[in-house]
Design a protein around this ligand. Structure first.
Ligand code: PLP
Length: 387
């Protein structure tokens, strides 16, 4: 094989394995309902499609963009001010990204040196570990446990580790655990980071997918957060623009500058047509996100109430597009995920795909419509699986 050792440490083979097992079940004629990958199944707002279509007819759109337009940065700043009352300097505190993955994958390369320690949530979204591996850093996992509401216990991080750590990654509302964090937690993080001179990256990809009237806060709402940290957001989930690839990083100007320097050597910016779509999304009146949240909330209620009725007891999450559910009985996450697929035709991701602490859980993505979710409940009810 032509590949570096770095590649071996990337990604989790279980995602591919679940996809292969799904194909096998379909080949056997099974009705399979895929609740595994967090890909939105809904369309972007029509204003986004129109803005992108209009932009496409201007051949200047095909020039290298290098950097986001001033109009784009102004839209991001206005959106942040309206949504979080956080003021951003459009010249120094914003960087456009080719999806938030671009920022998450490259930030450690821009900030740490080989051997530096990075504090990473376990379980966590896979690129948090992957990006540290790529940059030659050392991962110190912060366990996310149910008894701590899936927040890391900062007091449990050994003093020498805290003092050596260069970077901490946090993510609320979170993937895969679907947990939320309040400003009190972010305040503790800022205090901890300042004490130990650690840079904080908050991944806020699910800021707009929240339920029951809950509005996730921004890490930058905490006084002093901008001194030590940045926040990364994405239009992939909030505006169903996952394939268009648009995200942005905001906050500390030095961090923004470092990532900007790295990226200027790697890519030449976001396609102008995508920038036009992003502006239209961010300037939309907010009704799209409210409608999306309603749709996901209804799916959450249908799925969890249906599964609860069968005896699978699951808490309703307040945000994100995921449900983090405990395995019944003594089965490992993988054994349970395989049996859900083979017996009930439901594809989920075993929790250990997201880190050692994910063992004992599976992640269910709310990426199918109400009818498909009802089918999943029926298939589970008719299966041999008992709770
Ligand atoms: C927590 C989290 N962050 C970031 C991303 C990456 O999103 P994108 O690169 O599409 O903005 C995802 C995608 O699933 C995610 O779940």
């Amino acid at each position: 094989m032509y590949k570096s050792k770095r590649i071996d440490n990337l990604g989790s083979a279980i995602f591919t394995e679940m996809a292969n097992r799904k194909k096998q079940q379909i080949a056997k004629g099974k009705n399979v309902i895929d609740l595994s990958i967090g890909t939105p199944d809904l369309p972007p707002p029509s204003v986004v499609i129109q803005a992108m279509a209009d932009a496409l007819s201007d051949y200047n759109a095909f020039y290298y963009s290098l950097k986001g337009s001033q109009q784009l940065y102004q839209s991001i700043a206005s959106w942040y001010q309206k949504r979080f009352s956080v003021i951003l300097d459009t010249n120094t505190e914003i960087l456009d990204l080719i999806g938030s993955q671009d920022g998450l994958a490259h930030l450690p390369l821009a900030l740490i040196d080989p051997g530096d320690i990075v504090l990473v949530p376990d379980p966590g979204y896979p690129i948090y570990q992957g990006s540290v591996e790529l940059a030659g850093g050392k991962i110190y996992p912060m366990p996310l446990m149910e008894q701590n509401s899936f927040l890391p216990d900062l007091d449990k991080i050994p003093k020498d580790i805290a003092q050596q750590a260069k970077l901490m990654i946090i993510n609320y509302p979170s993937n895969p655990v679907a947990a939320i964090a309040g400003l009190d937690f972010f305040q503790k993080v800022v205090h901890f980071a300042k004490q130990n001179k650690i840079v904080v990256v908050h991944d806020l990809a699910y800021s707009e997918l929240a339920f029951d009237g809950y509005k996730p806060p921004s890490f930058l709402q905490v006084t002093g957060a901008k001194d030590i940290g940045v926040e990364i957001n994405s239009l992939s989930k909030s505006y169903n623009m996952a394939g268009a690839r648009f995200g942005f990083m905001v906050g500390n100007r030095d961090i923004i500058q470092s990532l900007g320097t790295l990226k200027s050597n790697i890519d030449y910016g976001v396609f102008h047509v995508v920038q036009a779509g992003a502006i239209a999304a961010l300037e939309e009146d907010g009704s799209h996100c409210a409608d999306m949240a309603q749709i996901y909330q209804k799916r959450r209620d249908l799925l969890i109430e249906g599964f609860n009725d069968l005896g699978w007891k699951i808490e309703k999450p307040k945000a994100s597009m995921f449900v983090w559910a405990k395995n019944p009985g003594q089965l490992t996450s993988r054994e349970f995920a395989y049996s859900l697929l083979e017996e009930a035709g439901i594809v989920v991701i075993p929790g250990d795909a997201f880190g050692l602490m994910g063992e004992g859980y599976v992640r269910i993505a709310l990426v199918q419509n109400d009818n498909k979710i009802k089918e999943a409940i029926k298939q589970l009810a008719q299966s041999k699986i008992s709770f």
